[in-house]
Design a protein around this ligand. Structure first.
Ligand SMILES: Cc1cc2nc3c(=O)[nH]c(=O)nc-3n(C[C@H](O)[C@H](O)[C@H](O)COP(=O)(O)OP(=O)(O)OC[C@H]3O[C@@H](n4cnc5c(N)ncnc54)[C@H](O)[C@@H]3O)c2cc1C
Length: 585
């Protein structure tokens, strides 16, 4: 029997893994033959999120020059570096383009083809355009992967689950809202992939409550405006008359911070500094474990502050009141947040030059507007200020904080999943919409097609309608017959609709406190509830507690996802190599 490796999920993560298998095979696998089965109903490379069959109005939220599927020397891994083009180099487009998802899908397809071509000739690749339903088999023996519509399973010496973003069953609140909508003839769209949602029930001119102001909202906004025939004439939106009126709010009540619109120049902050491998080792060695708020967050704050002030003092010493060497020495020793604030206040005169994470995180905290209209203007001003600051290189300490966030993420991955709150903050600060999208948002607001509800948005199902209010505009509420939850489903094992993950849950895989699939931090082997790694099952990606900031790595930033792909590929090849050796002996 030829050894067999089954990869379930052929999106970016599955593709990155094949790239690493090809890179490491010459060293670790002696060419004794291997069947590599790739299972995914969607096309290999692009997978579901990046498939060609979707609206061209949906964009990436990364600059094309910041997207690579290839490793470089900054990746800390045992396998060899195999350089390759970024998205913008491959597509021959300007590096600052926000490519649409179809183009990124074409790049991913090409990467997939390259990776397959680079595999040793003894490896045969088979794509099965089906869902995998179940993995069975003993811990110490061959696994079987059952596919939809196929009576016989695929034999698998190893299985890797690169399942990505998953659909989930409704939680109690969503179930109640759905039942209320059914009983009163209302429309309720629960958390979903916006590209896959049926939006036809959202009628022209009708108010629609939208809960969620992140990237799912941006997709929804594009599909319900330009997607309904509206267009932009410069900064003016010309409606088609087929748009509903969107009333959007969330916990923060504001959109994610704009993508930064200028390049890094000059010396990089020397990171990691206060949150590096030594601090992570220290946290992992604590016999009583660690608490994120108490033990990790202060290190995160200190690291991000260091990145910010290093940049400010290096490129704008005229905006500081102390030599960098003095500041750095004092900054290194202060521990309490209040002492740090005092130091910063004495060294950085302009508050706009200080890093205030709490204010960045909750800009509407405590804000109250007398009228709904006053708030619309206030929020437009907020977005305009954010847009201009994030495109102004005089505020390049913001970009240093972005680099700090990437560095911190790379370190925190070793702690396992440390909570959705950190992931959310990272996305809000570092993974926001392209500037042009926020300019569209402003135009839609001025045209009255988009209205802002406020922070801590509350939605009640009452009097036969949905009603939304927010403490930002006391006394104001809005009624609608439609409610859209603009966010992805939670990627938890317990609620996943995917039968494969549910079966694993029943069998006893371990879950993180956030309900994600727990995996070994080094090579991605799936853990059971006693913490034992499964010898033959691996998982990589956003449904695991080894999740990284996103699938796409910026060139020369270390890329924790690449490190993980390399470690998993090597562990898999070593295992398969030993198996082939034993069979030959
Ligand atoms: C809408 C959206 C937009 C995004 N935009 C960006 C962006 O602009 N920039 C960025 O850096 N990141 C972005 N991300 C982050 C995202 O994590 C990555 O871009 C990437 O798609 C993740 O790759 P993945 O392979 O882990 O998961 P996915 O892309 O979700 O791929 C997983 C694949 O597994 C398949 N699968 C799942 N279950 C089964 C099963 N049981 N049987 C067979 N196949 C199965 C699915 O069909 C899918 O093709 C976005 C994510 C989403 C959801």
């Amino acid at each position: 029997m030829r050894p067999s490796l089954v990869i379930v999920g052929a999106g970016p993560r599955g593709t990155g893994l094949i790239e690493r298998i090809a890179a490491n095979a010459p060293e670790l696998y002696d060419g004794s033959g291997l069947d590599l089965h790739l299972v995914d109903p969607h096309p290999p490379g692009a997978g579901r999120v990046w498939r060609a069959a979707q609206s061209p109005l949906l964009w990436m939220n990364s600059h094309a020059e910041d997207v690579t599927m290839f490793t470089d020397e900054t990746v800390d891994m045992a396998g060899p570096v195999r350089p390759g083009p970024t998205l913008h180099e491959w597509a021959g487009i300007d590096g600052r383009t926000f490519a649409d998802r179809q183009l990124q899908g074409a790049y991913l397809r090409w990467v997939h083809e390259q990776a397959v071509a680079a595999l040793p000739s003894s490896v045969s690749v088979h794509h099965h355009p089906r869902r995998a339903l179940r993995v069975s088999g003993p811990r110490e023996g061959r696994q079987r992967v059952w596919l939809e519509g196929r009576p016989r399973p695929l034999p698998a010496d190893l299985v890797v689950l690169t399942l990505g973003h998953l659909d989930a069953e409704l939680d109690d609140e969503q179930r109640d809202l759905a039942a209320y909508a059914r009983a009163h003839g209302l429309v309720h769209l629960p958390p979903d992939f916006t590209a896959d949602s049926d939006l036809s029930a959202l009628a022209p001119g009708e108010p629609v409550l939208v809960r969620g102001f992140g990237l799912a909202f941006v997709d929804l906004m594009a599909l319900l405006t330009e997607g309904r025939g509206g267009r932009y004439d410069g900064d003016t939106y010309l409606p088609s008359g087929r748009e509903p009126v969107l009333h959007v709010g969330s916990r923060r009540g504001v959109p994610y911070h704009s993508k930064i619109g200028y390049d890094w120049t000059g010396e990089r902050p020397p990171l990691p500094r206060f949150l590096g491998p030594a601090q992570i080792d220290g946290l992992l060695a604590r016999p009583a474990g660690f608490d994120f708020r108490r033990d990790v967050w202060p290190l995160v704050e200190k690291e991000l502050g260091f990145a910010h002030y290093h940049r400010l003092f290096t490129v704008h010493p005229e905006r500081t009141a102390m030599p960098w060497s003095d500041f750095e020495e004092k900054y290194a020793v202060v521990e309490a947040a209040a002492e740090r604030e005092t130091l910063v206040a004495s060294a950085v005169p302009d508050p706009r030059d200080r890093l205030d994470l709490a204010a960045l995180d909750r800009p509407l905290e405590g804000a109250r507007y007398a009228t709904h209209e006053a708030f619309q203007e206030g929020l437009r001003e907020y977005v305009e200020t954010d847009l201009s600051r994030r495109h102004d290189p005089r505020y390049s300490p913001d970009l240093a904080v972005f680099l700090g966030l990437l560095s911190v993420y790379g370190q925190l991955v070793r702690l396992g999943d440390i909570g959705g709150r950190w992931h959310g903050l990272f996305s809000y600060l570092a993974s926001g919409p392209p500037g042009p999208r926020l300019r569209q948002l402003l135009a839609l607001s001025r045209a009255g097609v988009l209205r802002f509800v406020g922070a801590d948005m509350e939605v009640r199902a009452e009097d036969g309608v949905f009603r939304a209010s927010s403490p930002t505009v006391p006394g104001h509420s809005v009624e609608a017959r439609a409610l859209v939850e603009a966010r992805l489903p939670e990627p938890t094992v317990r609620r996943a609709l995917d039968p494969l993950l549910r079966a694993l849950h029943t069998e006893g895989v371990a879950e993180s406190p956030d309900g994600l699939l727990r995996v070994d931090r080094v090579d991605g082997r799936v853990l059971d509830r006693s913490g034992r790694p499964h010898p033959r099952r691996f998982a990589l990606g956003p449904h695991t507690d080894g999740r990284t900031p996103g699938a796409f790595t910026r060139p020369r930033t270390g890329g924790p996802a690449f490190r993980q792909n390399d470690a998993t590929a090597r562990a898999a090849l070593e295992f398969l190599g030993e198996l082939a050796g034993r069979a030959a002996a």
